[in-house]
Design a protein around this ligand. Structure first.
Ligand code: PLP
Length: 433
């Protein structure tokens, strides 16, 4: 057994200063048990904890580290930027360059406003949609996670699904009374809602493929239906690409699938990859809607650190590494790892559903495929915990929750993939025993 004594000491110490010892709940390992690792170094595909153990990283900071850790080009750009100041709280060229790069990649996104987290990006998108339509209702889908703003913390995925909370205390009825939650992939429910209340709906928000309840691909035509219904009824379509943006393709999910299928959202939210691991996110979309933001319009939104030069430098140099070759490679790696793990589980007759959408994938320990949150909640989370710990023990770090997607980086080598698949064979046997 690898020693984790230093991580344990840090975690005990952290309890006295940080609730639960962590800055974001899933990191505490509550749902899988055991000691969370405290990390001190990342290089390429690997991360090291305070005890000196190294792991192949299939979390990638939950998405941003698509090019691997401490990529020399990103480090170089960040270093030269921060030598000139960490922040001005004023306009700077880097944010313009990053906005232009986003628009080049996602032409349906005509304007971009930077914020510091995906949560903020979504909050702003919701405010914009309400202001633009003069309506209040927001429709979301159970199991989708859009950050932790009050109005959207209802039947949310990610950490809140991991903790098994329907929603959070502290969020009042008033704050969520204008949020309608529908089952994901339920075409009939969506149609019915629009025929009953279409003229009250400000926006439908969705992940283009949910990846915060595990990975649940949309049924064919689901995103197109949202686009059609919102457009017909004068509501807006908010596509939350915080996770999928610039991960699924050069132009995110929309660039790969939306454009080809002929649908376009009104607003996008981005995060993760566009900050290259720094706190940076964005709301973007049609100029007619975006331009009602202050100072052009009267919809207020602001941030001391928004468009921060160091963060935009990290984001821009990360995006520059994200060329067609990178996407071809991470798609290939994701499939190689996903299929390989599924085979290892099948060899041990472990019931599971390997689910993937683009290069995002996850495993549900349940014999049936999962199409919505209710089905995702039926999985055997105990089996996941055993699998998780066996992988960790064999030097592979995956998200410490059965309700999360796994992330590959372009830094993974053949040897890393071989290690992951070998670890998966051990982990599959551990689940079976
Ligand atoms: N939207 C989606 C789809 C996400 O996956 C996340 C975070 O995982 C968020 C919004 C919230 O982003 P952040 O954690 O940066 O606030």
């Amino acid at each position: 057994m690898a020693t984790t004594s230093r991580s344990q000491i840090w975690h005990e110490r952290a309890q006295h200063s940080i609730p639960g010892g962590v800055s974001s709940p899933v990191r505490a390992f509550n749902s899988v048990g055991g000691t969370p690792r405290y990390f001190v170094k990342g290089e390429g595909s690997r991360i090291w904890d305070v005890d000196g153990n190294s792991y192949v990283d299939l979390v990638g900071s939950w998405g941003p580290m698509i090019a691997g850790h401490a990529h020399p080009e990103v480090v170089g750009r960040v270093r030269s930027t921060l030598e000139n100041s960490f922040s001005f709280g004023a306009a700077s060229p880097g944010e313009v360059e990053l906005a232009e790069e986003i628009i080049r990649r996602v032409p349906a996104c005509e304007r971009v406003r930077f914020v510091s987290s995906g949560t903020e990006a979504v909050m702003t998108a919701v405010r914009l949609a309400r202001a633009a339509t003069g309506r209040s209702l927001i429709v979301k889908f159970a199991g989708c996670y859009h950050g932790h703003s009050d109005a959207l913390l209802v039947q949310a995925g990610s950490g809140i699904a991991t903790l098994g909370l329907p929603n959070s205390p502290g969020v009042t009825v008033g704050q969520t009374q204008d949020t309608i939650v529908l089952p994901y992939n339920d075409v009939v429910a969506l149609d019915e809602l629009f025929s009953l209340r279409g003229d009250e709906i400000a926006a439908v928000i969705t992940e283009p493929t949910p990846a915060n309840m595990g990975v649940v691909p949309p049924v064919p035509g689901f995103n197109a239906l949202i686009a059609e219904l919102t457009s017909t009824h004068g509501a807006l379509f908010i596509l939350d690409e915080v996770m999928t943006g610039f991960r699924i393709s050069r132009g995110g999910w929309w660039g790969k699938y939306g454009q080809a299928e002929g649908w376009t959202p009104d607003l996008f939210t981005f995060g993760k990859v566009i900050g290259g691991g720094m706190p940076l996110a964005a709301v973007g979309g049609k100029a007619t809607v975006m331009n009602i933001l202050a100072p052009l319009g009267n919809v207020y939104q602001a941030g001391t650190l928004s468009g921060n030069p160091v963060a935009t430098a990290a984001g821009l140099s990360t995006l520059e590494l994200c060329d067609e070759e990178l996407y071809r490679r991470i798609d290939f790696l994701a499939e190689e790892i996903g299929q390989g793990i599924s085979s290892a589980l099948t060899e041990q007759s472990v019931a599971h559903s390997y689910q993937h959408a683009g290069n995002l994938f996850s495993f549900f320990f349940t014999p049936q495929g999962v199409e919505n949150f209710a089905q995702a909640q039926q999985q055997d989370t105990q089996a996941f915990s055993v699998f998780f710990h066996a992988l960790l023990e064999h030097g592979v770090s995956i998200p410490p929750s059965a309700f999360e997607a796994w992330f590959v980086s372009n830094a993974l080598s053949d040897a890393d993939v071989a290690q992951v698949l070998d670890a998966a064979r051990h982990a599959s046997r551990a689940v079976k025993d």
